[in-house]
Design a protein around this ligand. Structure first.
Ligand SMILES: NC(=O)c1ccc[n+]([C@@H]2O[C@H](COP(=O)([O-])OP(=O)(O)OC[C@H]3O[C@@H](n4cnc5c(N)ncnc54)[C@H](O)[C@@H]3O)[C@@H](O)[C@H]2O)c1
Ligand SMILES: [Zn+2]
Length: 353
């Protein structure tokens, strides 16, 4: 097992960690009632183990299960969870355990951020994407009818438990989408990891443990310089996301998983980087090749409504004088914000997808 610190919290990475949840919460000094928040898929698989561990460490707990899927990461659902906690007598000493992927991470952290103006949050990510990305950085969020993650707060988890065993049940497509964020980290900050990923072999637990650790370190380092997302540093993590988010929206959040849309967004960002940041074309080809090795999409289906992608980009982003702030990579391992990217550049890049 590896332990590291990110912000105020501790992160544990290893195998057979779920049965230790209760002990770890005790060591943290947590005392009160605990709400395990999970979704219908994940609860079936792992809630009993987590719950048993909490009980044997002397915690009283309730399990709150919400339906799996993006539609349940809403303000209404967060309100309903708070109501359950109020009814069960939760107070300021209580805490939340978020057991699930990025969605459960976001909504359970949001609940922990607002309940009694903030109670401790323990996160148990169960997807690769959540381990390497969404569990780090303290962003919480819920969706409204107008858009995704428009309502949220910053709230750092007290403890994150990355148990590699839970990834065994994760469907392959879900597993692969985590690699979109890993490849993003490599492109913007770690050329060595980029090389290493080229010879990656699936199924080696120690290698996966090291990979998760490295990605946590990359994201934490970037976040530490700009915790509240005000100084522009954290924006580098949005590499591939301007077009990626637009593709998710254009596909009504059904056609592509987040990581798949980001993969396509990375391809578009690379085309723009060749033009605006002199990314060497062979490096662009190497990035596309790496995405494909993890079975991530690098081309849009021919009939995909490209116009809708452009509409979504203009809905999402402010263009000043026809230009937008856009993250580019001049070479693998570095990234910067460009201020001279135009809507035409984006249109051209989307056309090539
Ligand atoms: N806060 C942040 O910084 C941040 C960053 C990136 C993404 N996100 C958010 O993360 C979400 C996407 O994350 P996700 O893909 O992990 O979503 P998810 O939580 O919906 O998980 C994906 C699917 O896999 C299932 N699942 C989860 N773990 C499993 C396991 N171990 N075995 C079998 N099935 C399992 C879930 O039930 C779900 O159906 C989006 O809502 C996005 O906005 C947040
Ligand atoms: Zn992302």
């Amino acid at each position: 097992m590896t332990a590291l610190r990110a912000g105020a919290g501790r992160i544990l990475i290893g195998k057979r960690l779920l049965p230790q949840t209760g002990d770890r919460c005790r060591t943290l000094g947590l005392l009160g009632l605990c709400a395990i928040i999970s979704d219908s898929n994940v609860a079936q698989l792992f809630a009993a183990c987590v719950s048993k561990s909490l009980v044997s460490s002397g915690f009283r707990q309730i399990l709150i299960t919400i339906p799996a899927g993006e539609n349940s990461k809403t303000l209404e659902q967060a309100g309903a969870i708070c109501d359950r906690m109020i009814a069960a007598g939760f107070d300021r000493q209580s805490f939340v355990v978020g057991l699930g992927g990025g969605r459960i991470g976001d909504i359970s952290r949001f609940v922990a951020a607002i309940y009694h103006r903030g109670i401790p949050h323990v996160q148990i990510p169960t997807t690769l994407l959540a381990m390497v990305d969404s569990s780090i950085g303290g962003k919480t969020g819920v969706d409204t009818g107008d858009g995704k993650n428009l309502i949220g707060a910053f709230h750092q988890p007290s403890l994150v438990i990355d148990d590699l065993d839970v990834l065994k049940t994760l469907p392959r497509r879900q597993f692969n989408q985590g690699f979109a964020e890993i490849i993003k980290h490599a492109v913007i900050a770690d050329s060595k990891m980029f090389q290493m990923l080229h010879s990656w072999k699936a199924g080696e637990a120690p290698a996966l443990q090291r990979l998760i650790k490295r990605n946590i370190q990359i994201k934490s380092r970037i976040v530490a310089n700009d915790e509240r997302d005000r100084r522009g540093q954290r924006a580098l993590l949005n590499f591939g996301h301007t077009v990626g988010h637009a593709i998710e929206r254009a596909g009504n959040y059904r056609k592509f998983l987040h990581g798949e849309a980001v993969s396509l967004g990375i391809v578009a960002a690379c085309a723009i980087s060749v033009k605006r940041a002199r990314l060497p074309p062979d490096q662009r080809a190497a990035i596309v090749d790496l995405l494909e090795r993890f079975a991530l999409p690098t081309r849009l289906p021919p009939k995909f409504p490209r116009k809708k992608i452009l509409d979504a980009v203009t809905f999402d982003k402010k263009f000043e004088g026809g230009k937008v702030r856009f993250v580019v990579t001049p070479r693998i391992g570095t990234a910067r914000i460009a201020n001279d990217v135009t809507l035409d550049d984006i249109r051209e890049a989307v056309k090539q997808l």
